[in-house]
Ligand binder design. Sequence first.
Ligand code: TRP
Length: 345
Amino acid sequence: MSTSGSTPLRPLAGRILSGIQPTGNLHLGNYLGAIRNWVALQKDFECLFCIVDLHAITVWQDPKDLIRNTREVAAGMIAAGVDPVANALFVQSHVPAHAQLAWVFNCVARLGWLNRMTQFKDKAGKNRENASVGLYVYPNLMAADILVYKATHVPVGEDQKQHLELARDIAQKFNIDFGKTVFPLPEPVIRGPGMRVMSLRDGLKKMSKSEESDYSRINMTDDRDAIALKFQKAKTDPLPLPTTPAEFEDRPEAANLINIYAALTDRALPEVLAEITGLQFSAFKTKLTETAVAVLGPINAEMKRLMNDPTEIDRVLARGAEKANAIANDVLKEVYEVVGFLPRH
Ligand code: TRP
């Protein structure tokens, strides 16, 4: 693969492609559930990390917010330890081959396949007639993101498993239709130490940037005071702290706070439970705050530094796009040939 002068990607256990949407505040759920996991995967895989702005506009985005959020996600990932020199960190719209391959996939995927996608049903809701066409074909674009690099592995959460299945179906149908194994079938990488972080107000709901109350989440840009206040106000219950995982039953808020503490300290649950046995909720929350501040503080500071230097972020993203384009253009060329498009001379 040619990378025109930039650091070449290393051949490792496989190639990972992952995508993150630039749609607002990064929070603790993004960090513990995804970004931290990506940082760990860099050791064993060649990684391509894509900020998916084309996906973002499947629902309305204010243009000014979109630009800002795109840089903010990039800053968050770099600050959290994604290595843009060894890997590629780039913006989806900077690599036209994603959209070009997505068109071909629009012609490979079947309506029936897309009609089964639960995320479309959830997001479109009752007002299906008014959803964008882009939202409907979103999974075809996601398949293109992955397959335009012939990625072998994709780290996915529960909510994206069905989309990855679809990407495999598209790869397989393409290979069969055209009688050539162009695409590998990408495998899911199940989250290792990552976790599902729940809302601080409702332990049954995922922590989310779209929940109205900011007290429901810890943002990666929150300072010490905000983190302390949010954990202090976090919902709990009148029982003492659980001492065994069995006592998590019907206590989603207590379970969530303890899971967060375990994830932040990178330890197994029994060890953490042994440590906090006998503490009052308030004392535990102080401990949790100190830990969160210790982990997020340096990331937060580096993010702020980068956000004050957008040209540096843009430079990193330009280098990433250069690497990504080099790979993607070769794969797209191969696809166009296989499909029978007249070569451009
Ligand atoms: N759909 C993913 C999400 O909402 C984001 C995404 C886009 C993605 N393209 C991808 C994830 C490719 C993994 C691989 O979280």
